[in-house]
Design a protein around this ligand. Sequence first.
Ligand SMILES: NC(=O)C1=CN([C@@H]2O[C@H](COP(=O)(O)OP(=O)(O)OC[C@H]3O[C@@H](n4cnc5c(N)ncnc54)[C@H](OP(=O)(O)O)[C@@H]3O)[C@@H](O)[C@H]2O)C=CC1
Ligand SMILES: O=C(CO)COP(=O)(O)O
Length: 320
Amino acid sequence: MSVSVLGSGAFGTALAISLAGKGPVTLWARSGEQAQTMQATRRNDTRLPGVALPDAITVTAEITLACQSDVLLLAVPMQKLRDVLSVHGADLKGRILVACCKGIELSTGFGPIAVIEQVLPNARTALLTGPSFADDIARGLPTALTLACADADLGTRLQQALTTANLRLYRTTDVTGAELGGALKNVMAIACGACIGAGLGDSARAALMTRGFAEMQRFAAMRGARPETLMGLSGLGDLVLTCSSELSRNFRFGLSLGRNESFDAATTVEGVATANAMAAIASAEGLDMPICQTVAQLSRGAYSVAEALQSLLNRPLKEE
Ligand SMILES: NC(=O)C1=CN([C@@H]2O[C@H](COP(=O)(O)OP(=O)(O)OC[C@H]3O[C@@H](n4cnc5c(N)ncnc54)[C@H](OP(=O)(O)O)[C@@H]3O)[C@@H](O)[C@H]2O)C=CC1
Ligand SMILES: O=C(CO)COP(=O)(O)O
């Protein structure tokens, strides 16, 4: 199976580097200038500095060229996925589309697979998610991810095609569970970053991670996910990574909230839109998601960190 990566951000570039160990990979950048620079310098100084692009990678801004591969990895931010599919739908048709984004679309409450299926009905789809920083993958450090595909045979073929020397893929057919694990852990990472940034301590962070995980499980169960999926790489695994490392942009965004510092608006922070999408769905469904609701308020500036803390601590006492 030949592979292209659409989206030359940190994650797309890292995946292309890892896959290049197995054969030729085409990496699509939306900007012609960026594609030319990357192709010439063999670096991605904007999104993934300090790592060389192997010769097996061709960087191009020609979408038609990139879409000649059997498998297309869609490595763009969640809130941009619909745009990319709509604009380039004709080129994407007939290809196997693997979403690599983590989040929930704010305008619809859909995960990436539902967005793809709405824009391109009949598309063959899968999801790649789990605990991995782009930088770690690009440097060849060992990582394990989840490949979720409702079609078990296709999932098995994709698992083989996308596993590399440093990227070990596990597979599942529970797409909903894998999507929600990856989306919701970003919200919890913002909460944990704010907690650490405000000096509330590691005990408070452990409480947020644990109660946050309970919210993730509750939401996923409502959407029909399998409980064991949330216990795996795409749920618990990614929650642990993202809530405990300053390599995470969601965690760093939370830190900036906790410290009352500014944050670069150009940085991709998936948890903000996802918190707001989740909070709206939870309210509509009558589901108890206090950390999600609090992060949504915090990220909109509707709560200070002190108010966020009070809103969580003053909730009625309950059984665990
Ligand atoms: N970074 C990581 O460690 C990991 C990221 N992910 C997930 O991968 C997804 C992408 O993240 P990441 O690569 O890190 O983000 P980046 O911010 O590094 O890159 C985003 C990429 O998407 C491109 N893009 C944005 N909007 C559009 C659009 N409308 N059309 C075409 N391309 C567009 C950007 O192009 P341009 O540069 O021109 O703006 C850029 O190449 C996210 O959902 C993230 O959660 C998953 C696992 C790990
Ligand atoms: O998803 C990630 C790690 O698994 C990357 O996290 P951030 O988007 O917070 O940087």
